[in-house]
Design a protein around this ligand. Structure first.
Ligand code: FAD
Length: 308
């Protein structure tokens, strides 16, 4: 059996693997796609101490770092279930049918942004279509952007972006914003933000290389409008990759794995880190810090447990 089995190979999983392996214990990583969301990222400018890098480059460096140690990396493998036996051993079942046994587990299966599913969204991803205001906001300094979604994350994004960009158009599908009143009040006080409710985004337009407009339908009148802009921030939800853990570890109403300050889940010997958990602010540095913490907690669990 592994001493620590890490499920997920993004920044959280990579950090957990490095920290576990450096304790000289038997460490494995099973990942559907080693690198995780980092593989889908272009410019990264907030990975502190590295002024600028690119996602695929950082993902390759994470993998190299893990491979410095004796870590069993099982890439392109998806975990489908998990169970803890009376002997304190956790079994992780893979979709391939294989079963992996471990004395402790770190869950770091990350998350995915919910997409609008409209024409142009895929074509212009990273070419004007963005999902993370903390990451990509500064790239739109002085430009015009739309934020799609009027929940807390959409309204927070609009307030944040309004301080950086020339103009923000916030578009909400419902006939009212769903964000907390205090955020809505702040939003209404900003003079470079337009709020459109009952707006159904129809298409992201571009010139072939970059976004140049967005069209939406007014759901009350039916008219179609076109907004000229350079960026579209999609804020309609971050979905944790935890469907396979329902009923096994405690999840929040949003499906995030409930963790305490040390990365412990509701199941003894099972820890979690990164975007898949209830920790706020989904970022690479935060996920790596979480991964380190979860691995150290797993090690602490191992030295305190009686099984050999
Ligand atoms: P992820 O990176 O999501 O990794 C999850 C891992 O788990 C992957 O290996 C995945 O294949 C695997 N996995 C999922 N389900 C299973 C399963 N059932 N079995 C096995 N493996 C599984 N953050 C920044 O700090 N700066 C940025 O500039 C930045 N830009 C971004 C741009 C984009 C387009 C996106 C999408 C995100 C960006 N982020 C950025 C956010 C950052 O990428 C995430 O916060 C970070 O990757 C989270 O790390 P993680 O390890 O928790 O999860």
């Amino acid at each position: 059996a592994f001493d620590v089995l890490v499920v997920g190979g993004g920044p959280a999983g990579a950090a957990a693997a490095v920290y576990a392996a450096r304790k000289g214990i038997r460490t494995g990583v099973v990942a559907e796609r080693f690198g995780g969301q980092v593989l889908d990222t272009m410019a990264i400018e907030n990975f502190v101490s590295v002024q600028e890098t690119e996602g695929p480059k950082l993902a390759a460096q994470m993998e190299q770092h893990v491979r410095q140690y004796e870590v069993d990396i099982m890439n392109l493998q998806r975990a489908s279930s998990l169970a803890r036996g009376d002997d304190g051993i956790t079994t992780v079942k893979l979709e391939s049918g294989a079963c992996l046994r471990a004395r402790s587990v770190v869950l770091s299966t990350g998350a995915r942004w919910r997409q609008m599913g409209v024409p142009g969204e895929d074509q212009y991803r990273n070419k004007g279509v963005a999902y993370c205001p903390h990451c990509d906001g500064p790239l739109f300094k002085g430009k015009r952007v739309a934020v799609i979604g009027g929940g807390n994350s959409g309204v927070e994004a609009a307030i944040d972006l309004a301080g950086l960009v020339r103009h923000v158009t916030l578009i909400e599908f419902d006939d009212k914003l769903r964000a907390d009143e205090v955020l809505q009040r702040k939003l209404r006080s900003l003079d470079n933000v337009d709020v459109i409710t009952s707006g159904q985004t129809l298409e992201v337009h571009g010139d072939g290389s970059r976004v140049n407009a967005l069209s939406y339908r007014d759901r009350s009148g039916g008219d179609v409008h076109r907004v000229e802009l350079e960026g579209v921030f999609v804020q309609i939800g971050l979905l944790p990759n935890t469907e396979w853990l329902k009923g096994i570890v405690d999840l929040s109403p949003r499906g995030e794995i409930e963790v305490d300050h040390a990365g412990r889940t509701s199941l003894p010997g099972v820890f979690a880190a990164g975007d898949a958990t209830t920790t706020p602010y989904k970022q690479i540095v935060a996920a790596m810090g979480d991964g380190a913490k979860a691995a150290l907690s797993a090690f602490d669990h191992l030295i305190r447990s009686s099984s050999p």
